[in-house]
Design a protein around this ligand. Structure first.
Ligand SMILES: [Zn+2]
Length: 67
Protein backbone atom coordinates (compact mmCIF):
# COMPACT_ATOMS: atom_id res chain seq x y z
CA UNK A 1 0.00 0.00 0.00
CA UNK A 2 1.24 3.45 -0.91
CA UNK A 3 0.85 6.22 1.61
CA UNK A 4 -0.42 9.46 0.18
CA UNK A 5 1.90 12.31 1.10
CA UNK A 6 0.62 15.55 2.57
CA UNK A 7 0.15 18.59 0.37
CA UNK A 8 0.40 22.14 1.68
CA UNK A 9 -2.89 24.03 1.48
CA UNK A 10 -1.07 27.35 1.13
CA UNK A 11 1.43 26.79 -1.69
CA UNK A 12 0.13 23.39 -2.90
CA UNK A 13 3.57 21.81 -2.55
CA UNK A 14 3.54 18.06 -2.06
CA UNK A 15 5.61 17.20 0.98
CA UNK A 16 8.02 14.30 1.29
CA UNK A 17 6.92 11.14 3.07
CA UNK A 18 8.48 12.13 6.37
CA UNK A 19 7.07 15.67 6.40
CA UNK A 20 3.76 16.73 7.91
CA UNK A 21 4.35 20.46 7.61
CA UNK A 22 5.44 22.63 4.71
CA UNK A 23 8.93 24.10 5.10
CA UNK A 24 7.80 27.36 3.56
CA UNK A 25 4.41 27.75 5.22
CA UNK A 26 4.89 26.70 8.86
CA UNK A 27 1.42 27.86 9.93
CA UNK A 28 -0.66 26.60 7.04
CA UNK A 29 -2.73 23.40 7.11
CA UNK A 30 -1.67 20.31 5.18
CA UNK A 31 -3.97 17.69 3.69
CA UNK A 32 -3.84 14.18 2.26
CA UNK A 33 -6.93 15.00 0.26
CA UNK A 34 -5.53 16.54 -2.91
CA UNK A 35 -5.85 16.05 -6.64
CA UNK A 36 -3.74 16.47 -9.74
CA UNK A 37 0.02 16.12 -9.48
CA UNK A 38 2.07 18.76 -11.29
CA UNK A 39 5.84 18.59 -11.40
CA UNK A 40 7.43 21.97 -12.02
CA UNK A 41 11.05 21.86 -13.12
CA UNK A 42 11.48 25.48 -14.08
CA UNK A 43 8.84 27.81 -12.62
CA UNK A 44 9.75 30.70 -14.94
CA UNK A 45 9.27 28.56 -18.04
CA UNK A 46 6.17 26.70 -16.89
CA UNK A 47 2.71 27.98 -17.82
CA UNK A 48 1.09 25.84 -15.14
CA UNK A 49 3.67 26.99 -12.62
CA UNK A 50 2.98 30.62 -13.44
CA UNK A 51 -0.75 30.11 -13.21
CA UNK A 52 -0.38 28.49 -9.79
CA UNK A 53 2.04 31.14 -8.55
CA UNK A 54 4.80 28.58 -8.11
CA UNK A 55 8.22 30.08 -7.52
CA UNK A 56 10.17 26.96 -6.60
CA UNK A 57 10.74 23.78 -8.59
CA UNK A 58 9.07 20.71 -7.14
CA UNK A 59 5.88 18.67 -7.05
CA UNK A 60 2.57 20.43 -6.58
CA UNK A 61 -1.05 19.44 -6.23
CA UNK A 62 -3.52 21.16 -8.53
CA UNK A 63 -6.17 21.18 -5.84
CA UNK A 64 -5.88 20.71 -2.07
CA UNK A 65 -9.00 20.05 -0.04
CA UNK A 66 -8.92 21.10 3.59
CA UNK A 67 -11.72 20.20 5.92
ZN1 LIG B 1 3.56 25.54 1.63
Amino acid sequence: MVTIPFACAECNAILSDDQDQCNHCPTSPVSRDWQGLVIVFNPEMSEVGKRMGVTRAGSYALKVNVR
